[in-house]
Design a protein around this ligand. Structure first.
Ligand SMILES: N[C@@H](CCC(=O)N[C@@H](CS)C(=O)NCC(=O)O)C(=O)O
Length: 236
């Protein structure tokens, strides 16, 4: 199987299936197509009908949406534990993953994923505060009802955790205040070997996209790679 992803530093949707496949030991080859260069859109359209990443190619089938990729993996590798084995936990996990896919817009818009920086905390506004209340409530509910078997939302690491992994990194990057219960879950995700691997790759990338960097004061910078090309957001 081939998984195509965009910049590991910035592409939250790409991180989701990648971390799931890596955490669950599902073998794949990866290709990174960096975003917003003049040829990026054409290169993405070559593999994905939407021209967006991630995209999984398995022989003659192409799956172009993060959540659909996870469902495909669940069917193809039923023994891997993509979703919880218990039907009630599985239903809850799917609802949580769908809610993530369709929601939390204020948090996503205000705090784009950026794994190379930590930004000074600031008031992110009432819409983000609403998102945070819902997010912390959802995570606490999943952990309390179904998380007894491990550190993750439904015990062991699965699709719901993968869907929320870039939310966890955002809360850390933008230093959003959270409860100690939320912080414990965040620390479990942030120290997962699959996230550490993605992040190490991200920090080596040679590209910085201005659009994701402007307007924020970085209090820490973690790049480890060589010289970076700064480039604006080219619209295809
Ligand atoms: N709904 C899609 C979202 C995919 C998406 O927006 N990907 C972004 C990267 S995070 C992308 O490819 N952007 C590049 C572009 O639009 O040119 C999914 O869940 O996979």
């Amino acid at each position: 199987m081939k998984l195509y992803v965009a910049n590991k530093l910035y592409s939250s949707w790409s991180l989701r299936p990648w971390i799931l496949m890596t955490a669950l030991d599902i073998p794949f080859e990866e290709t990174v197509i960096p975003m917003y260069f003049p040829d990026s859109k054409a290169r993405m359209l070559d593999v994905s009908p939407t021209g967006k990443m991630p995209c999984l190619v398995d022989g003659d089938i192409t799956i172009w949406e993060s959540l659909a990729i996870m469902e495909y993996l669940h069917e193809r590798f039923p023994e891997k534990g993509v979703w919880p084995a218990d039907a009630k936990a599985r239903a809850h996990a799917r609802a949580a993953a769908n809610e993530m896919h369709a929601g939390f817009q204020a948090l996503r818009n205000n705090c784009p994923m950026n794994l190379a920086k930590r930004f000074a905390p600031r008031d992110l506004g009432s819409d983000v505060a609403d998102n945070m209340r819902r997010l912390e409530g959802l995570w606490a509910d999943a952990r309390r009802r179904f998380g007894g078997g491990g550190q993750f939302l439904y015990g062991t690491f699965g699709a719901a955790d993968a869907m929320f992994a870039p939310v966890v990194t955002r809360l850390d990057t933008y230093q959003v205040p959270v409860s100690s219960e939320t912080r414990r879950y965040m620390d479990a995700v942030l120290s997962h070997p699959a996230l550490l691997k993605w992040r190490a790759d991200a920090l080596q990338e040679p590209w910085t996209i201005d659009h994701y960097e402007e307007g924020w004061a970085a209090v820490e910078t973690f790049h480890t790679g060589a010289a970076r090309t700064n480039h604006p957001r080219h619209k295809a």
